[in-house]
Design a protein around this ligand. Structure first.
Ligand code: ZN
Length: 154
């Protein structure tokens, strides 16, 4: 599949809930895993391949996994500032502040409900990919101060 790049309007749209995990959705999940690996990504969301549905791929400790309708049910108040990039925003890497740990509820491709406790990089991937489902890019999370600082120092 082809990766949609900023400013493609699909990246700014809110994705739709998946009502039923059909064979079409399972095949979409498999294609997204392949696309992510081919592009050396560590996460991928539906809108990035032009599909406005709530589906993401996340690199778990065991390998890439597909999650359907993921929701962050809680996030830590403690934050981390780490450099981030995105396959849809090539060549730009910025430090983004995010919760250090999150709890996520989602469905697997088999339709099983799972609750995942993630911290560090994994927590960051979930937050980044779920942002995509809400039409938010990591560059939208940079403060004005940081943007000005970069502008002055380029
Ligand atoms: Zn991204």
């Amino acid at each position: 599949m082809e990766i949609k790049k900023n400013p493609d309007p699909i990246l700014k749209r809110k994705s739709a809930e998946i009502k039923e995990i059909t064979e079409e959705i399972r095949s979409l999940g498999r294609e997204m895993v392949k696309t992510m690996l081919k592009n050396d990504g560590i996460g991928l969301a539906g809108p990035q391949v032009g599909v406005g549905k709530r589906i993401i791929v996340v690199t778990m400790p065991e390998g890439p996994e597909v999650f359907i309708n993921p929701v962050i049910v809680s996030g830590s108040r403690e934050t981390d500032l780490m450099e981030e990039g995105c396959l849809s925003v090539p060549g730009i890497f910025l430090k983004i502040k995010r919760s250090r740990s999150v709890e996520v509820e989602a469905l697997t491709l088999e339709g099983t409900k799972v609750r995942i406790k993630a911290k560090g990089l994994l927590a960051r991937i979930f937050q980044h990919e779920i942002d995509h489902l809400n039409g938010i890019l990591f560059i939208d999370r940079v403060s004005l101060r940081q943007k000005l600082w970069r502008f002055i120092n380029r």
